[in-house]
Design a protein around this ligand. Structure first.
Ligand code: 76R
Length: 258
């Protein structure tokens, strides 16, 4: 199978299934088919999170990501050999944001907000640069942490006058996104967010994946961002789905696949 490697970023598939109970009952290998597919995907340098979905939007979800989208498609197909009925899906790519703070922005902030200059400023800037290298690498090639809950929803920026995000100047958008980033950073350590781009690839412009140990934090961050102008005025949201991230074998057991 010939690999298809995006020139920037990794492919991300969010897959949602119901269990086909009739087939599952007479298939003694039901769980093994899924477990083997996950194991071989991971052996090929990709990652997968398996989660039991809360509510009846689906029974089980799998978030799979990695460098080769042909490999992800093969994985998607392998899962269908198990007694699973596809319910929904989302395809996106990891990306860097064009609004990421630049070195010049941070230098400016250190000088004006923290009143730093000379060596002191340079030292702080060097620490920031190190952190940014790591941050950007994590956005493009994320290493998904094991948290207890996952939240996923697609979103777009609004394009309806007078609230057309795409008609704002880059400076206006960057300034608004700085406010968004500031709120986001107050959640450091409590939430891991992965914003993946899907403009032209799937029905919305981004997939938002949130991982946390406490489901309250998922609710809090989304609520707080609703009051921030970027979300309040310029964002539209698709359906939300929440799940319990578990060891694959446990997640499968919870939905009746053994
Ligand atoms: O300052 C920086 O350099 C990075 C700041 C940053 C960018 C550029 C950032 C920080 N985000 C960025 C881009 Mn975000 N984010 C969302 C949602 O529910 C909602 O209202 C919105 C869904 C959440 C919860 C969230 C969380 N962010 C984006 C973009 C791309 C916009 C574009 O390109 O036009 C979207 C769609 C988006 C949406 N954001 C943060 C967070 C959190 C927690 C942070 C801070 C954490 C961190 O810095 O790692």
């Amino acid at each position: 199978m010939e690999p298809v490697i995006p020139s920037l970023g990794w492919g991300v598939l969010h897959l949602f299934f119901d269990v086909d109970r009739a087939r599952a009952e007479c298939d003694p290998n039901a769980a093994t088919l899924v477990l083997d597919a996950v194991e071989s995907l991971e052996a090929d340098g990709h990652q997968a999170l398996v989660f039991a979905v809360l509510g009846h939007k689906a029974d089980i979800g799998v978030m799979a990501l990695g460098p080769d989208i042909a490999r992800l498609q093969a994985f998607q197909q392998e899962l269908l050999t198990a007694p699973l009925i596809p319910k929904d899906s989302y395809f996106s790519l990891t990306e860097l944001s064009e609004y990421t703070t630049t070195e010049a922005d941070e230098r400016d902030r250190l000088a004006t907000e923290e009143n730093l200059a000379g060596e002191e400023l340079e030292a702080k800037l060097a620490v920031w640069k190190d952190r940014m290298v790591h941050y950007q690498e994590q956005r493009i090639h994320p290493n998904l942490p094991k948290k207890k809950v996952i939240g996923f929803y697609p979103m777009s920026k609004r394009r309806v006058a007078p609230d057309n995000w795409y008609e704002l100047s880059f400076e206006e958008r960057k300034q608004l996104m700085a406010g968004h980033g500031k709120i986001g950073r107050t959640y450091a350590g409590r939430i891991v967010q992965l914003i993946t781009g899907s403009t032209g690839l799937d029905d919305w412009e981004w997939g938002v994946t949130l991982l946390a140990d406490d489901p309250v934090v998922l609710k809090e961050i989304v609520m707080e961002m609703r009051f921030d102008v970027v979300s309040a005025r310029y964002a539209d949201f698709g359906p939300f789905i929440t799940g319990l991230v578990l060891e694959p074998v446990v997640a499968l057991e919870r939905v009746g696949l053994t």
